[in-house]
Each structure stands twice: as structure tokens, then as C-alpha cells.
Design a protein around this ligand. Structure first.
Ligand SMILES: Cc1cc2nc3c(=O)[nH]c(=O)nc-3n(C[C@H](O)[C@H](O)[C@H](O)COP(=O)(O)OP(=O)(O)OC[C@H]3O[C@@H](n4cnc5c(N)ncnc54)[C@H](O)[C@@H]3O)c2cc1C
Length: 486
């Protein structure tokens, strides 16, 4: 099948580009190597919509971050994704760190971040009662926020699907050729043809550039892993805002932040690794997370950890050494006509994503893609019931409409059978346990899915019309009921 545009990678960058393109009369196909969308850096990050004072002035990172942050409230509202503009505090512990806050403040002003100010120790403690007594000041940025990154990505993809975008998961691009102006992109089994190709392949974006025919791509990706601890909801109130220490050469350092779901997240580390897909956690990494979090909030109870995970940053390293050395590698290919790179999108790639998607569409138009608006475009996605958040009256009403909303499957997160059935039948519907988990939170609680996973397996098998022993945890060979087979 031939499309106008083919996007490689269904992380938040590819997803937002697909969503923004879906407004126009163009055919679009998104190819994703994993079995679901949002499985790369987009799945495992700090979930912060940064205000935009961190990026170097004059970079695309700075411009897209500030614009993306400003767009996020409306974007999440349209997509029915929980968003909290809680603001962020960069905490200083010494005069030298206060001087650093002043630099960040000046940079933020130049980048166009609104309403920042430096608060003193007393005001900081009033805002954050659990902050370290040694913290003496902080940079307050009220426009920063928190969002669930994979929910935002799934929502953007669902929106793209209902507006006609095709998604092919389990499609790992292994070869790209170009004949008579048309790209032929294959995973070895199937070929997708397109006039324009968008490289949004995250840590693998430098490899995709080479596959697509770039002979002199100016950047390569260094994978840098960040490890996290996620604490139970009982700890969620330990921080009211996103709390950072002063940044170092290694980045923004360990943060402590509430999540939109009421948990507390601690992390990340920043370690260069060899394997781009190595998302292991380590004892050393988690000790660093724990110590870094205690520096900010000494009384944080890390025994309330419910899970630990890591994500890999696609850190771009440029050969030319100019300002772009710390910037996203967003550029129209100079050697392969029709190829657009959205490559090396490390932090703040999530915060920037709505603006990045819009910018990608602008660049495609500049490359010659003809864009006329679709009269049938719809900005949202099918309504999602979140039973846990409903009042008693609202619960009674939805149960009256569908009694499956009256059956609680995940006790920790109060997720009902109705929500799981919905998740299976939505656009890009759930096919395995982890897909259900990311779409409903069933299994995200403190029991680690011990109680709900057998029930969820039954529901998946029933709704998909397949035997229970074919249901997997996360695709591939991860079957759950294998009859004792080794
Ligand atoms: C530890 C950490 C903390 C972070 N914290 C924040 C934060 O708080 N705020 C913020 O704004 N940003 C943050 N980021 C950055 C943010 O997560 C990324 O910028 C963003 O997720 C990048 O999205 P992406 O779509 O470009 O890449 P990805 O999400 O990695 O998506 C790329 C996709 O391409 C697919 N792919 C790769 N190769 C192929 C192939 N050959 N064929 C088909 N598909 C392929 C992958 O499977 C993947 O799904 C953080 C990142 C990390 C790792």
C-alpha cells in the first residue's frame, strides 16, 4: 500500500506528528517495531512537562519546550488525558547554587518562560513542608506540569486512528530503498510505500537515518539510561510540586515528583550504556536514586516502593560541535529528498511533543507535501470511563448503562471489568496484560497484579475469542499459562 507519509516510530514524537498530520487530507502510516505504541523512551521517563528554562537559548529544544508546555493544557483536554499544572521548584542549598538559580532564571526569561521567580527558604517550606531543612531557595516555575507519558502517547495515537491514520505494530524497519521518488520501507515481510518518510525512531533514529540512505548524518545517538523508583500512593503527598536539585553536567539530576495518578516518582540516574535497549535496573542505580531523593526530601519512605524501572535517553552527539550539539536533531535531509528527521529527541521531548508534531507538519509542507484541511477531523478520542475517579452517583449511572462497570477486577486501582473490555475494543486495543495495564491501570497497584492478572487473562481471552493459554504478558513468548511447559 502506498501512503503520502510514513512515520517510523510510535513514541510521543511520532504519535504527535501523526495526530497533527491527521488534520489534513493526507494518507499516513506509522510503523512501530514493538507490539504497542509508547514502548521506547516515551514509556519510561520522569513524566514532567518542563517549563523550558533548562534548554540552551536559541536551540530548537528551548523553543519547542516552551511552546509545547504552553500547548499541553489544551492538548490534554482535547485528548481526555489527566494533566496537572503543579509547577516545579529547583532547590538550592548554597550561595553557589543560588547563583546557578539566577542563571536558570535568566535563561528561562530569554527562552520565554512566563511567571518564574526565585523564592526564599521560608516560602519554599510553606510550599513544600517536607523539603530538606538545608534548602535555602528555589526557582519556582508555575507553568511546569505532570502527565502520564504513555497515556498521552496512546491518546494521540487513538486520535490519529479515528482520523484515518494507519498503525502497523510489530513492524521493525530493517530496510529502506527509494525508487522513482517513492520510499519502500520493509520489515522483511511486508513493504510500505510512501512519498515522504519521517524518522522518529528514538534511540535508533541514527540507524534509521543510515538505512534511509544518509551518507553523512551529522549525529549519532548515545544511549543514557535513567533508573527510577515509583512509590505507593501513600507517599504521593510527600511533594506538591516537581522538585529538582540544581542541575549538573550530567543533567537535571534526581527529582522527586508527584504523578498524575497520585504516586511519588524518584529518579532518574544518567548512565551511558552500550545496549540501546537495555532497560535493566541496578542496585547502584537505585541507591543513587534513593540518596538523591533524600537530599531533597529526607523523610521520603523508599520502603513504599511499588516498582522500579528505567528508560533510555537518545542523547544526540554531533560531529560539528556547534550549538546543535545539545539540540534535538530535527532537520530535512540534505541528501535524501523526502526524508525528515525527528531524531535524538531526549528530554524535554515529552514536554515539547505537541509543538514538535506541529513543527514536523510545517517542515513536511516546506518539503512539498500538499496540505488541505479535512472537514471531518475530530480533535478528541472515544470517551474513557475512569471508574475510580467517579462520584457514587456517577458510578451508579455507568453501572446502570453497563453492569460490567460494577465488577471490580483490580482492587488496588479500582479498575472494573467494563474498563478492561473498553480497553480491548478501543482503537489500537489491548492484546496482552501490559497493554491492559497501560490503558486502565489494572495491575499498577501495590499487589503487583497478583490478584487481577488471572481475571484479566480470562477477559482478554473471552473478548478476543482466543484460548487463555495464548494470552501473553507483553507479546512474543511471554505466555502466562503454559501448562507447565518449560
Ligand atoms: C530517563 C528519562 C527521563 C526523561 N524525562 C523527561 C521528562 O520528564 N520530560 C520530558 O519532556 N522528556 C523526558 N524525557 C525524554 C522523553 O522521554 C523523550 O524525549 C521522548 O519520549 C522521545 O520520544 P520519541 O518518540 O522521540 O522516542 P521513543 O519514545 O523512544 O520512540 C521511538 C520509537 O521508535 C521505535 N523504533 C525504533 N527503531 C525502529 C525500527 N527500526 N522500526 C520501527 N520502529 C522503530 C521504537 O520502538 C520506539 O517506540 C526523558 C527520557 C528519559 C529516558
Amino acid at each position: 500500500m502506498k501512503y503520502d507519509v510514513c512515520i517510523i516510530g510510535a513514541g510521543i514524537t511520532g504519535a504527535m506528528t501523526a495526530r497533527k498530520l491527521a488534520k489534513y487530507n493526507v494518507s499516513v502510516c506509522v510503523l512501530e517495531a514493538a507490539g504497542d505504541v509508547a514502548m521506547g523512551a516515551t514509556k519510561a521517563n520522569s513524566a514532567i512537562v518542563h517549563a523550558g528554562f533548562d534548554a540552551e537559548c536559541g536551540t530548537l529544544k528551548a523553543a519547542l519546550n516552551v511552546k509545547g508546555c504552553a500547548m499541553m493544557p489544551a492538548e490534554t483536554k482535547e485528548l481526555d488525558v489527566p494533566y496537572k499544572q503543579c509547577g516545579s521548584l529547583v532547590c538550592a542549598y548554597s550561595d553557589a547554587e543560588i547563583a546557578h538559580l539566577e542563571q536558570l532564571y535568566a535563561r528561562g526569561c530569554e527562552n520565554g518562560v512566563p511567571d518564574m521567580r526565585i523564592v526564599g527558604g521560608d516560602e519554599l517550606r510553606a510550599m513544600e513542608p517536607n523539603i530538606s531543612p538545608d534548602a535555602v531557595a528555589a526557582l519556582w516555575a508555575p507553568t511546569a506540569g505532570i502527565v502520564c507519558p504513555y497515556e498521552l502517547c496512546i491518546a494521540a495515537c487513538e486520535n490519529a486512528v479515528i482520523n484515518g491514520v494507519q498503525f502497523k505494530t510489530n513492524f521493525r524497519v530493517t530496510n529502506i530503498t527509494k525508487e522513482n521518488g517513492t520510499f519502500a520501507v520493509t520489515d522483511g515481510n511486508e513493504i510500505v510505500y510512501a512519498d515522504y518518510l519521517v524518522n522518529a525512531a528514538g534511540v535508533h533514529s541514527d540507524e534509521i537515518a543510515v538505512l534511509a540512505g544518509e551518507t553523512d548524518f551529522p549525529m549519532h545517538v548515545i544511549p543514557r539510561r535513567g533508573e527510577y523508583m515509583l512509590l505507593d500512593r501513600s507517599e504521593g503527598k510527600m511533594a506538591n510540586h516537581v522538585l529538582f536539585s540544581c542541575p549538573s553536567a550530567n543533567g537535571k539530576g534526581i527529582l522527586v515528583s508527584p504523578t498524575v495518578d497520585g504516586n511519588l516518582i524518584l529518579g532518574p540516574t544518567a548512565k551511558a550504556i552500550d545496549d540501546k535497549d537495555d532497560t535493566a535496573t541496578t542496585t547502584d542505580g537505585l541507591m543513587e536514586v534513593q540518596n538523591g531523593a533524600r537530599h531533597l526530601v529526607p523523610t521520603v519512605n523508599t520502603r513504599a516502593v511499588i516498582t522500579q524501572f528505567s528508560g533510555v535517553r537518545p542523547t544526540p552527539v554531533y560531529a560539528d560541535g556547534d550549538i546543535t550539539k545539545s539540540d534535538f536533531c530535527i532537520r530535512i535531509s540534505e541528501t535524501v529528498p523526502g526524508l525528515l528527521h525527528l531524531a535524538g529527541i531526549e528530554s524535554p521531548g515529552l514536554a515539547s511533543s505537541p509543538a514538535t508534531g506541529e513543527y514536523a507538519v510545517e517542515l513536511l509542507a516546506k518539503m512539498g507535501l500538499s496540505l488541505t484541511e479535512k472537514s471531518s477531523y475530530t480533535p478528541g478520542r472515544p470517551k474513557k470511563i475512569r471508574f475510580r475517579e467517579l462520584s457514587d452517583e456517577e458510578r451508579a449511572e455507568v453501572i446502570k448503562q453497563n453492569p460490567l462497570y460494577g465488577k471490580i477486577i483490580c482492587r488496588c486501582e479500582t479498575v472494573t471489568e467494563g474498563e478492561i473490555v473498553d480497553a480491548i475494543h478501543r482503537p489500537l486495543g489491548a492484546r496482552d496484560l501490559d497493554m491492559v495495564k497501560r490503558r486502565t491501570r489494572a495491575g499498577m497497584g501495590r499487589c503487583g497484579s497478583g490478584f487481577c492478572s488471572p481475571r484479566t487473562v480470562e477477559i482478554l481471552a473471552r473478548e478476543l475469542g482466543v484460548p487463555m493459554d495464548t494470552i501473553t504478558k507483553c507479546g512474543g513468548n511471554s505466555v502466562i499459562l503454559n501448562g507447565g511447559k518449560k
